[in-house]
Design a protein around this ligand. Structure first.
Ligand SMILES: NC(=O)c1ccc[n+]([C@@H]2O[C@H](COP(=O)([O-])OP(=O)(O)OC[C@H]3O[C@@H](n4cnc5c(N)ncnc54)[C@H](OP(=O)(O)O)[C@@H]3O)[C@@H](O)[C@H]2O)c1
Length: 258
């Protein structure tokens, strides 16, 4: 099994947002499976420390690329810099949220969020797919969110950004049939990470290592994958409801919690 995983998705995987949370856990799980890594984030000190740790624990080689994905040119630079590297798995995971009443969210932060959450995964996939296709095997893993599965009141902009990732991943899943490239759009619910640190009242928190392992075990089970049963059932129920009823109920629940 590990050998087959490495043959399909190795020898090298690229992971964005690998300095903490889900991306860090994915990098660790990939190292456990014997893949060399290209890791990106802004906090390169963390990536350097991780690279050293993974070299001594698993003997894998890591290239660290510092980049701010809010810069529209950053995805193209990643594609260009890794031109000579045989990347078999692209993990587009970096992202952040801007939440609260829509009109009170910061407009500049919202614009950066679109760059990081939407523009970066779209451009990275665009740059990397020709290389994956030429290999005839490999994968793309997008980290979206359950919030991308239905518009979420008081998280409207973030939810919209993740809906783009879900639609991108679903469309590409269809386009990649028969190419040997697996496309999985991961839709986590609440997951332990820097993004949820200090948030009160979060139920059904899943650990980042568990999300990472389940995502990599299910790379062939696209188009979308919700790693926690509670959120899988909850969002299936919401999506099956009349839309007006589902959205009014979610908005009411959020107002009660505030
Ligand atoms: N935690 C949850 O409950 C949850 C639920 C659903 C979906 N998600 C999604 O999961 C993904 C990972 O988030 P997380 O929960 O693991 O949060 P996290 O611990 O805050 O990690 C976010 C990662 O994204 C990177 N990143 C953020 N802004 C960036 C930028 N401008 N340029 C480059 N890298 C940037 C961060 O690296 P630097 O800060 O070092 O740049 C970090 O490595 C995100 O796409 C998030 O939307 C999370």
């Amino acid at each position: 099994m590990p050998e087959r995983f490495r043959e399909t998705y190795g020898p090298v995987a690229l992971v964005t947002g690998a300095s903490s949370g889900i991306g860090l856990a994915i990098a660790e799980e990939l190292a456990e499976r014997g893949l060399d890594l290209v890791l990106t984030a802004r906090r390169t000190d963390r990536l350097d420390a991780l690279a050293e740790r993974l070299l001594s624990s698993h003997g894998i080689r890591t290239t660290v690329l510092g980049c701010d994905l809010a810069d529209p040119e950053a995805p193209a630079r990643i594609v260009e810099t890794t031109q000579g590297t045989d990347i078999g798995l692209v993990v587009s995971n970096a992202g952040f949220n801007v939440k609260g009443a829509f009109e009170s969210t910061d407009a500049a932060a919202m614009a950066r969020m679109l760059m990081v959450n939407c523009h970066a995964p779209m451009q990275l996939a665009h740059g990397m797919i020709p290389r994956l296709k030429a290999r005839g095997r490999g994968g793309i893993l997008f980290t979206a969110s359950v919030e991308g599965l239905i518009g979420c009141p008081y998280s409207a902009a973030y939810s919209a950004s993740k809906a783009l990732v879900v639609a991108l991943g679903e469309g590409l899943w269809g386009e990649m049939i028969g190419t040997g490239i697996d496309v999985l759009t991961l839709c986590p619910g609440a997951t332990e990470s820097e993004a949820t640190a200090g948030m009160e009242g979060l139920a059904n928190l899943q650990s980042a290592p568990e999300v990472a392992k389940l995502a990599l075990d299910n790379l062939r089970e696209g188009p979308t994958f919700v790693p926690h049963a509670h959120y899988r059932e909850m969002f299936e129920r919401l999506r099956a409801m009349p839309r007006r009823e589902a959205l009014a109920g979610m908005a009411e629940g959020m107002r009660r919690r505030a």
